[in-house]
Design a protein around this ligand. Structure first.
Ligand code: 5GP
Length: 113
């Protein structure tokens, strides 16, 4: 797949406000926050989008969700938060490296735009 800016963040070639890192994933603040807390959790492996995951990725996907929980706790989001994965064109995905948005610190509304 074509490389994105997120691979450069993984390799520390461009700066990011990193909140959590392990061998499989990275969590960092979104550069254009849509809520008081807006964090992205990404796999280090550059999977382009949710619709590209395969059975072999099941443990990784679970790990990403557990990382969401860990980072949300770390950020003190005790009242809750929203987790979003935009997938491909109609999902509004703009960076082709799988990422989970954590949005919190305000009341979310529904339906999303
Ligand atoms: P998408 O629209 O693909 O679901 O979300 C991509 C997100 O990546 C957007 O919320 C955007 O603000 C964020 N983003 C894009 N480029 C950068 C960057 O260079 N650094 C950081 N921290 N976030 C970025």
């Amino acid at each position: 797949m074509a490389e994105t800016i997120f691979s450069k963040i993984v390799r520390k070639e461009i700066p990011a406000d990193i909140l959590y890192e392990d061998n499989l994933c990275l969590a960092f603040r979104d550069i254009n926050p849509q809520a008081p807390v807006h964090i992205l959790v990404i796999p280090k492996e550059p999977i382009a989008k949710l619709s590209d995951i395969e059975s072999k990725d099941h443990a990784l996907m679970g790990h990403l969700l557990l990382t969401v929980k860990r980072v949300a706790e770390q950020e003190g989001l005790t009242n809750g938060y929203r987790v979003v994965i935009n997938c491909n064109h109609d999902g509004g995905q703009t960076v082709d490296h799988l990422h989970l948005h954590i949005l919190g610190g305000r009341q979310m509304t529904w339906p999303p735009g």
